[in-house]
Design a protein around this ligand. Sequence first.
Ligand code: MN
Length: 315
Amino acid sequence: MAEKSFVAAEECGAFDAPSGTIESFANSSVMLGSLPVSRALPVRGRRLVGPWCFLDRFGPLTFAEEKPMDVAPHPHIGLQTVTWLLEGEIRHDDSLGCAAVARPNGVNVMTAGRGIAHTEQTPPRNSHRLDGVQLWVALPDHVRQDAPAFHAIDEVPLAEQSTGLIRVFAGTFAGVTSPAPHFSSIVGVDLQVHAKGCLEVAFDPRCEHAVLVLQGDATLERHPLSGQHLHYLGTGRSSVAFHSHSGCRLLLIGGEPFPEKILMWWNFVGRTPEEIAAAREDWQDHRRFGDVQAYRGARLDAPALIRFAQPNPIS
Ligand code: MN
């Protein structure tokens, strides 16, 4: 019988941490081409927060003539990419022919379904600044073979409070709902806490949450939140209060614990090694995913399917 685990995919399960605790996980440093990124998820290769399975932080940075982001055509299956910017621009093109420039306060959501290819680049006309995150959402089994799609939302809904601003780019939070399409319980929010402010927000206790500090200083329950860690808050909370001395921006992600085990390998989210190997072969043989016609330049080759190899996702 053929060896079943010939794809060194990572099996990813939920955090399963006790309620009411804060656990902090150090980010890792990786290069995305010439762009240094701080990877907050996956943590030790096996973590989900709700359906969120991947989180890269890039910037803040200032650049001149160069193009800090230039990710050549590459494929995805079984996930959604979510791009959220604090500053700057990223142009998206895909094999469906969709093109869009992501900007601050808007969100780009690409649903890979059974397969899509895309590119991400700093556009020629830009603000010479880049600061943001890219996340992946695991698709639940009942939709993960659906047709791919792309949605660009220019401005996400905002809830304003006296001590801060709440921008909801995924799911429903603080009484407002993002128009972005998602397929399981999900929370994706940018919390802005004003200087010397305390921003209290209601949580659904069924959901687990995690926080990444994007700017400034933040404290949660007298626990200073380091900018170099993902802070996991577990389930079972009905509200949380964030304090800031100088003001801050926080990324809050969550959702009900994802009920399925997923496999992550390179840019694929699947369930079995066989389907990941088939997706890799289809990409290498120019099947299934289509071409990104708008991109001038070579596409990315998939890494080899070497056992125990753990190729980095490229976002
Ligand atoms: Mn990608």
